[in-house]
Write a new protein. Structure first.
Length: 156
């Protein structure tokens, strides 16, 4: 099965865009009512102590996983497969992360996201970052559905 992000056309996002080879390259998949992603940290993403993952990277993977989840949910609401027909895009309206314990850089991070509520334009997504069997960070993302013109350089 192809990841949600790999089915979005022209996806150059730093966190999840397959067309950005220097990005984080996260991959999200539906698992029932949750979306899941397993992320393997890279050594250069360390915090001050090199054994732990940098908090900004944690926030980024939560953000991109949740926005991708929101986009996939809008495709489903519209009765389409992800990437089918006119593109659907969302942007981050708000990101909140609670850091509960350090995440070791040498272990995979599992992200699990669920949609708390969704309207025609706004989705609230809850996410847990799980490392070594423990919830190490919890995030909330408010994703805003934007028109296709958002991607255009011509928009004022």
């Amino acid at each position: 099965m192809k990841a949600i992000q790999d089915r979005l056309p022209h996806n150059h996002c730093y966190g999840c865009g397959p067309e950005n080879p220097k990005g984080l390259q996260i991959k999200s998949y539906w698992d029932g009512k949750e979306s899941v992603c397993t992320y393997l940290p890279r050594p250069e993403q360390s915090a001050g102590p090199t054994q732990y993952l940098y908090g900004g990277t944690i926030a980024s993977i939560i953000d991109c996983h949740c926005v991708g989840t929101s986009i996939a949910n809008y495709y489903e609401r519209d009765g389409r497969e992800v990437g089918e027909g006119p593109p659907i895009w969302c942007v981050t309206g708000n990101l909140s992360v609670r850091y509960l314990k350090p995440i070791r850089i040498d272990k995979p991070v599992e992200l699990r996201a669920t949609i708390r509520e969704c309207s025609d334009r706004k989705t609230t997504v809850d996410c847990q970052a799980i490392s070594d069997g423990d919830v190490a960070a919890a995030g909330e993302v408010i994703a805003i559905r934007v028109p296709e013109t958002w991607r255009s350089d011509d928009e004022d």
